[in-house]
Design a protein around this ligand. Structure first.
Ligand SMILES: Nc1ncnc2c1ncn2[C@@H]1O[C@H](COP(=O)(O)OP(=O)(O)OP(=O)(O)O)[C@@H](O)[C@H]1O
Ligand SMILES: [Mg+2]
Length: 217
């Protein structure tokens, strides 16, 4: 079983990306569940809009996450996606430590970087893999990153933070899908936002396969 924990500054897209990832995993035939430790309960709201519980969701206090992850493992889930609150405290650190991969959501611009680096450094200290995921980015034009994104990638590199090579562009279809109780891949499967979400899922799925092979070997 793979555990993906989404962390990052407030509003960086943790809940949206956790949901879009869980939906893609479900569509790919994986048994996926979501654990939400954020009292804002964004995923619960989305599930209410969805009107069905095909992706099981468990709200929980951070102290309960470890037991829930163990339960999911016993119930033979393939993937657990964990959404976390924006503020970092000891309990979010515990949730990070349970992850096979910590996805650090980040917007380009002046304010996210220091929060992002505090998360990647914590993951390093914990010995947990991390990947920064650039979200709410200006579009790539003619194959070239927007200057803000290029600057962010440079800063991440200098600080030795691992970054997914793609980006999630700011697109209105993303909140529209969520408000409709869908993932972007269900709402507008042919659109550019869904294509980016699939690219991210493909990268995350590779981690899954690597882990399975490591267990089998
Ligand atoms: N790629 C995107 N394009 C457009 N809007 C987006 C994108 N990603 C997220 N959003 C929107 O940005 C806002 C913040 O996203 P979201 O709630 O997922 O962030 P969060 O990190 O979970 O926030 P919080 O810290 O409050 O939990 C939401 O309105 C969401 O719909
Ligand atoms: Mg959230």
């Amino acid at each position: 079983m793979l555990v993906l924990t989404f962390v990052g500054k407030g509003g960086s897209g943790k809940s949206s990306t956790a949901i879009n990832t869980a939906v893609l995993a479900m569509l790919g035939g994986y048994r996926v569940g979501v654990v939400d430790t954020d009292p804002q309960a964004s995923v619960q709201l989305w599930q209410a809009y969805r009107g069905q519980k095909d992706i099981p969701l468990q709200m929980c206090r951070p102290a309960e996450v470890r037991e829930l992850v163990d339960q999911a493992r016993r119930s033979q889930f393939d993937l657990v996606v964990i959404d976390t609150p924006p503020q970092m405290d000891r309990s979010t650190a515990v949730t990070m430590a349970l992850a096979d991969l910590v996805c650090v959501m980040t917007r380009p611009g002046a304010f996210d970087l220091s929060v992002t680096l505090s998360r990647t450094r914590l993951a390093e200290r914990q010995g947990v893999n991390h990947a920064v995921i650039i979200n709410l980015a200006p579009p790539v034009r003619n194959g070239v990153d927007a200057p803000l994104v290029a600057d962010l990638r440079d800063a991440l590199k200098i600080n030795e933070a691992a970054c997914w090579h793609g980006q999630l562009t700011s697109r209105v279809a993303v909140p529209a899908a969520l408000a409709n109780g869908q993932g972007i891949a269900e709402f507008a499967p042919e659109g550019l936002a869904a294509a980016e979400a699939r690219r991210l899922w493909a990268a995350l799925e590779r981690r899954f396969e690597e882990k399975l092979h490591a267990i089998e070997a």
